[in-house]
Design a protein around this ligand. Structure first.
Ligand SMILES: [Mn+2]
Length: 470
């Protein structure tokens, strides 16, 4: 029986986020959008994650215009986005009214698949976004893809992940995404896990697997996943595939051709598209944005279970302190801190919080002599529920007698959309501007000023501001 495997192409989002700090511009995408639309991908990932931030901060593009432009050329294939649950695309929890409006505007402007995740896998942080997706998806046709962040620890058993998948399905997910941010999942674990999930999920619920090829196991992970019944995998065209990005599209299409898993994709149609993105990749390298190292394999993540981005953060923190010789000690401290904090998955923002605390513990020569505000908040439950119980003594040392939060963190946030709207009213041109401002405050204001100057030509200097910095 044929079991066609579906592919999500990430060249417009995660590929350049992982290899080139999310700096691909819309004018570098437009020439290939219609051809990408004709390939027969399940979806084209093109928005969310860091793209929104990068558009406003570095590229002087309105992220909403980018989405509308993508939709103008991509007429058949759903455009996929990544959403950080109650954090939306920002770095803190937002009130429910802002989450609802953001999801509505995303779907109305052309998003077809919303992949929604929470760094701690706390489903209470997904509730509001998932309800909003399901509320608005009927109007335009969109898919609610709820996500589980993969990590390893004594409490993250296969049973835990399988139960989590069932819970998310019951909350209204159409697809379940298993998201391996840093390529630490291993092929045979993947097989067991996907088999287990398939057993408990409805036959209509699709499983979508996301990994990278940072540690070199990506294609093997995908192959075992589809043998276990995985429906969709994320790949990136070879021009910006492999290494810190997704496993490359073309070899995967070729591997499955003529088998029961045949993707139905014509590999020859990918050639001219890939040639175009090779040139984009070369431009990014020439501008010093893409370091060729990202195209190789780095096994440090397999050994230390520390994602690539977190490792480079650790190194730069130690370098600044002139203590690069303490790297091995800090790497060894990361799993200890993670254990003390109830084993959070290492993904933004928890990866930075745990990494910084590990560095402090080593450099201060005493564990938790100093703690960051964020680490304290994590231990208090302000980011969400920790899956393991934090170490009681360390909890006492860090949090003291302050009350821990046991409810959904956003329950503490009063509606705030109208307040944001009032604060930015002099720049208002569309409802979407309020949402850009809610997420990125001053960065959004700087963009609005640039846009005003450009459109009204009132201030030639402001309009000329650096457009493509490193
Ligand atoms: Mn990714």
């Amino acid at each position: 029986m044929s079991k066609k495997v579906l592919i999500t192409e990430t060249i417009l989002r995660d590929a350049h986020q992982s290899q080139a700090a999310t700096r691909m511009r819309i004018d570098e995408m437009i020439p290939m959008l219609e051809q990408l639309d004709d390939i027969g991908y399940y979806s084209l990932e093109g928005w969310g994650g860091a793209t929104f931030d990068s558009c406003l901060r570095f590229l002087n593009e309105d992220p909403w215009d980018r989405l509308r432009t993508l939709r103008k050329y991509i007429k058949k294939t759903p455009i996929q986005m990544l959403l950080r649950g109650q954090n939306l695309l920002g770095y803190k929890h937002y009130a429910d009214d802002v989450v609802d409006k953001f999801v509505e505007a995303s779907i109305r402007n052309g998003i077809g698949v919303i992949r929604v995740f929470d760094a701690l896998n706390d489903e209470r942080n997904l509730e509001c976004a998932m309800n909003a997706i399901n509320k608005y998806k009927g109007d335009y046709g969109a898919v609610c893809e709820a996500t589980i962040c993969y990590t390893t620890s004594p409490v993250h058993t296969n049973e835990y992940f399988i139960q989590k998948a069932k819970t998310l399905e019951q909350m209204g997910a159409d697809n379940i995404c298993l998201k391996d941010m840093s390529n630490i999942i291993l092929p045979y674990t993947t097989y067991e896990l996907i088999k287990g999930m398939k057993k408990v999920l409805k036959p209509t619920t699709k499983i979508h697997l996301h990994t990278h090829n940072t540690t070199g196991t990506g294609e093997m992970v995908y192959l075992k996943a589809i043998e276990a019944g995985c429906d969709i995998v994320d790949c990136a065209l070879s021009a910006m595939g492999n290494g810190t990005s997704q496993p490359a599209t073309e070899p995967f299409v070729a591997t499955l051709k003529g088998t029961e898993y045949d993707t139905g994709i014509d590999i020859e149609k990918l050639v001219p598209i890939n040639e175009h993105f090779k040139k984009v990749s070369q431009r990014l390298e020439k501008d010093g944005i893409l370091n060729p190292k990202v195209r190789g394999i780095d096994v440090n993540t397999l050994i230390y279970q520390v994602p690539g981005g977190m490792l480079s953060n650790l190194m730069s923190q130690l370098q600044q302190a002139g203590k690069l010789d303490k790297l091995t000690e800090c790497l060894a401290e990361v799993p200890n801190v993670r254990k003390d904090a109830g084993y959070p998955p290492l993904v933004t923002p928890s990866s930075q919080i745990v990494g910084t605390q590990a560095v402090l513990n080593i450099l201060q020569n005493e564990r938790y002599k100093m703690v960051t505000k964020e680490f304290k908040a994590l231990m208090k439950g302000e980011y969400g529920k920790l899956i393991g119980e934090p170490d009681p003594e360390i909890l006492k040392k860090v949090v003291g007698n302050e009350k821990r939060i046991t409810y959904r963190p956003a329950d503490d946030i009063a509606p705030e959309y109208e307040k944001f709207k009032e604060e930015m009213k002099e720049y208002y041109t569309q409802e979407e501007d309020v949402l850009s401002y809610a997420l990125f405050n001053q960065v959004a204001i700087n963009f609005f000023k640039y846009r005003l100057a450009r459109d009204k030509k009132v201030d030639a200097d402001a309009a000329k501001s650096e457009v493509y910095p490193v």
